[in-house]
Design a protein around this ligand. Structure first.
Ligand code: G
Ligand code: G
Ligand code: MN
Ligand code: NA
Length: 254
């Protein structure tokens, strides 16, 4: 309970901020996008990992104001970079079940983009399979509304959830993010290669972009490139970086 109270205060005291992890083209490593990942520095506890505080935020409902703050901070950051004359890339925010299920979610996204004058095409929302599988009709409707707004949709941690393949054709999805668990041992045996090959084949046949997450080495990248992954995210290309560090990547692009 005390950590929950601390998290509530963190919102008021601006202890939460975003780091940005690059997403690059598999072909040549050029920057294509980024994922915003939340960080919390508590005045006494120091860094609290999102693996610890995100579940707490979800259980307590705090993920609603926190999720709104994430969208706001992300759009504000893009607006600030644009004001500095930096070329922007689409940026992804992780969305929680509770946020996605709210009937005002689409209007909050629209309002936040408008307030910062950020085109919807620069925003990617990452949702998980289990989130959209819970109520397929509603999810299809909601994703349709988000698409109509112009934002992109990525399915995060793909392959670990319900994996009902039928929904993929019903939902207006743009990207599949192959879960790290299939990438970690991609060069250790044939099993994960077979799984990733199947996911890539499925995704490409449905017209989706395939992103491999957790790409830690050049050897992993080589195998994933051979398997047809379009985009890479992982420590081999860059960790989640503070805004000031990531900004140095936003230069000299057309
Ligand atoms: O950055 P890291 O790998 O430690 O993140 C751990 C987990 O926290 C991941 O599952 C990630 O999706 C989640 N996470 C990070 N930032 C956010 C956020 O802004 N909102 C939500 N809902 N989850 C986040
Ligand atoms: O659930 P989601 O995919 O949003 O989680 C992303 C998490 O993966 C973040 O916590 C991020 O720090 C972590 N991550 C990003 N790249 C790598 C990587 O190359 N290796 C490992 N082990 N974790 C990574
Ligand atoms: Mn994610
Ligand atoms: Na993931």
């Amino acid at each position: 309970l005390s950590l929950e109270l601390a998290l509530r205060r963190a919102l008021e005291r601006s202890e939460l901020r975003l780091h940005y992890q690059p997403v690059v083209a598999a072909a040549d490593g050029r920057l294509l996008a980024a994922e915003a990942l939340l960080r919390w520095t508590h005045p006494e506890l120091g860094e609290v990992s999102p693996g610890r505080f995100i579940p707490l935020a979800e259980e307590s409902g705090l993920i609603l104001p926190i999720g709104n703050r994430v969208l706001d901070m992300l759009c504000a950051q893009m607006a600030a970079w644009r004001a500095e004359g930096r070329p922007l890339v689409p940026m992804a925010a992780n969305i929680s079940t509770l946020q996605f299920r709210r009937s005002d979610f689409v209007s909050i996204v629209a309002e936040t983009l408008a307030r910062h004058a950020i085109p919807a095409s620069l925003l990617i929302l990452e949702v998980t399979e289990s989130m959209v599988m819970r109520d397929v009709e509603r999810a299809a409707y909601q994703l349709g509304e988000l698409k109509a707004l112009g934002v992109s949709i990525a399915i995060d941690d793909f392959g670990t959830g319900y994996s009902s393949l039928a929904y993929l054709k019903r939902f207006p999805i743009d990207k599949l993010k192959v879960d790290q668990s299939f990438v970690r041992e991609i060069n250790e045996g044939p099993e994960d290669r077979a799984i990733v090959a199947a996911i890539v084949g499925l995704g490409h046949n449905l017209g989706l972009e395939l992103v491999a997450e957790g790409v830690e080495t050049a050897a992993m990248a080589a195998t994933l490139r051979e398997l047809g992954c379009d985009q890479f995210q992982g420590w081999h290309y860059g960790r989640a970086e503070p805004a000031g560090v990531f900004a140095q990547r936003l230069v000299g692009r057309e």
